[in-house]
Design a binder for this molecule. Structure first.
Ligand code: ADP
Length: 211
């Protein structure tokens, strides 16, 4: 038996991790594409060696870990380098994610994927949950969180689908414009209601799977 897959997506800084944590509080298993993407380029991994061979030693921190801001800077300046990196990383990340998804023993799993729509992964989801936020708020939050330049955040936002496109794929939407200190209770309630809905839907899904 495989778990029903709920894809959680949204732009950079929209609040995916924040919402995923609320599902985590309800003991929902979570597979986060960003975490898997970090695992495949861990210190000493074959993929990290290939990245350093291509872009140089500046891609490593003094500890021998991947220098993510440096790599991000490089690939968002060049479409060609971005394509090269994606071709290197995506098959391994995909394989690792599907391996982890198949191993889940639960009614459903929350699959957190920033580029769910861009990378055409929605067909693998039984349900798509979008975190939606105004672009200005998104930019401010992403900038405050990341150690990146505003230009880098802007480039990332421009490389992702816009809110209208994302919403066309959504079965469910969580709007995350209000500050958390005012809105955490409402978000928690919405997540709890979605959780109930997904538990119900997962029963139909597992019946279908049995056939
Ligand atoms: P994502 O995972 O989509 O990139 P995060 O959940 O990390 O986004 O949120 C981006 C940043 O904004 C984080 O620092 C987070 O703590 C903050 N944040 C998220 N939602 C809110 C909110 N409603 N009010 C204030 N800050 C928020």
């Amino acid at each position: 038996m495989t778990a029903m897959i709920v894809g959680l997506t949204g732009g950079i800084g929209s609040g995916k991790s924040t919402i995923a944590n609320l599902f985590g509080n309800l003991s929902v298993p979570i597979i986060d594409a960003d975490i898997v993407a970090r695992e495949v380029v861990a210190k000493g991994s074959p993929l990290l060696t290939k990245i350093v061979a291509h872009f140089g030693k500046a891609m490593l921190t003094p500890e021998g870990e991947l220098n993510r801001p440096a790599l991000r800077q490089r690939v968002f300046q060049s479409e060609e380098e971005k394509t090269w990196l994606n071709a290197l990383l995506h098959p391994t990340i995909r394989e690792a994610m599907f391996h982890q998804l198949r191993a889940i023993q639960a009614p459903y799993v929350l699959w957190v994927v920033p580029l769910l729509i861009e990378n055409q992964l929605t067909p693998f989801c039984q349900r798509v949950l979008v975190v939606d936020v105004e672009p200005e708020i998104q930019f401010t939050r992403a900038l405050a969180r990341d150690n990146s330049q505003s230009e880098t955040i802007k480039n990332i936002m421009n490389s992702q689908v816009d809110s209208d496109t994302r919403l066309r794929y959504a079965d469910d939407v969580i709007e995350n414009n209000k500050p958390l200190n005012e809105n955490l209770d409402a978000l928690t309630q919405q997540v709890t209601a979605l959780h109930q809905q997904y538990l119900t839907l997962s029963q139909y899904y597992s019946k279908k799977e049995e056939k």
